[in-house]
Each structure stands twice: as structure tokens, then as C-alpha cells.
Design a binder for this molecule. Structure first.
Ligand SMILES: Nc1nc2c([nH]c(=O)n2[C@H]2C[C@H](O)[C@@H](COP(=O)(O)OP(=O)(O)OP(=O)(O)O)O2)c(=O)[nH]1
Ligand SMILES: [Mg+2]
Length: 134
């Protein structure tokens, strides 16, 4: 059987001190109505870093100044397989706004477990807490 296509996704954990920016996915999107870390699909010819810069400009109107790899997660949903390339962003220009009318919230890292994220996101909270402790 052919392996289903894996979608490469650039995902940003945007940190301001101990607060993390989360956004709500629209109802009609895959994994809709859940909270997410902003980002989106890596397009042909782009690096993960380039995709992240583009997505955060499109979705939030911010200019990423630096990013570092935090973790990678491969997850098989019933309808598709995703590979999330999760990047840490704590230097950016501008004030994030929901340019696609998505609700945004700055959340204390310790409060992240009370929000519902896509099923793939499980390991991200732990990585954030570990990162903030170092
Ligand atoms: N952005 C983002 N996507 C996530 C997260 N967790 C997770 O499983 N995904 C999945 C949902 C989607 O299948 C895929 C990313 O899709 P996306 O809808 O953000 O892609 P995109 O911004 O390019 O938008 P579009 O194709 O819907 O226009 O990754 C997350 O925390 N953030
Ligand atoms: Mg997106």
C-alpha cells in the first residue's frame, strides 16, 4: 500500500517571558475549533524557517527576528499524516493580531493544559515548560 502523504508544517511557539501565544482554529479547518500554535504548511521550495516567517506575517502580522528548533512531531490523523516542525520564537517585531479573524490569547505556560489542542500537540507543552526552566 502506498504510504499516505506527509504534510510538513512549520509551527511557532511564540514566547513573551513566561507567556505563550495561542490562536483558535476556525471551525471549518482540519482540527477545527481547537487552539493551536500559529503556523502552517511548508510550501514547495521553502525551508521550514522561511515558511514560519511567511506564515507569521500572514496570520499575525509580525516579523520573526530569530527562531530555534524546539521539537519535531510526526502524527497520523485518520485523514492525513503531519510532521510538525516546532520552532521557538522569542524575538519578533510588531504586535500580533488575528489577521484571519482568529481569536488570540497570551497564556501562562503553566495554564496551557487547560486548553484543547490538536491531538498531535501532546508533547509540546512539556517542551515549553522544559525550555522556560533552562
Ligand atoms: N498551525 C498549526 N497546525 C497544527 C497544529 N497542530 C496540528 O496538528 N496542526 C495540523 C493541522 C493541519 O492539518 C496542519 C497545518 O495546517 P494549517 O491549517 O495551519 O495550514 P495553513 O496555515 O497553511 O492553512 P490552510 O492550508 O488551512 O490555508 O497541521 C498546531 O499547533 N498549529
Ligand atoms: Mg495556519
Amino acid at each position: 500500500m502506498p504510504t499516505p502523504e506527509t504534510i510538513l508544517v512549520a509551527v511557532a511557539v511564540i514566547a513573551k517571558g513566561t507567556k505563550i501565544l495561542i490562536a483558535k482554529r476556525a471551525a471549518e479547518q482540519h482540527q477545527g475549533d481547537k487552539w493551536e500554535y500559529p503556523g502552517g504548511k511548508v510550501e514547495a521550495g521553502e525551508s521550514v524557517e522561511q515558511a514560519l516567517v511567511r506564515e507569521l506575517d500572514e496570520e499575525l502580522g509580525i516579523k520573526v527576528q530569530s527562531q530555534q528548533a524546539l521539537l519535531e512531531i510526526s502524527h497520523q490523523y485518520p485523514e492525513k499524516t503531519v510532521k510538525l516542525m516546532v520552532q521557538w520564537v522569542d524575538e519578533f517585531d510588531g504586535n500580533p493580531v488575528g489577521r484571519e479573524n482568529q481569536p488570540l490569547r497570551w497564556v501562562e505556560a503553566q495554564d496551557l493544559p487547560s486548553f484543547t489542542f490538536p491531538d498531535a500537540n501532546g508533547p509540546i507543552t512539556e517542551a515549553i515548560v522544559a525550555r522556560l526552566r533552562c
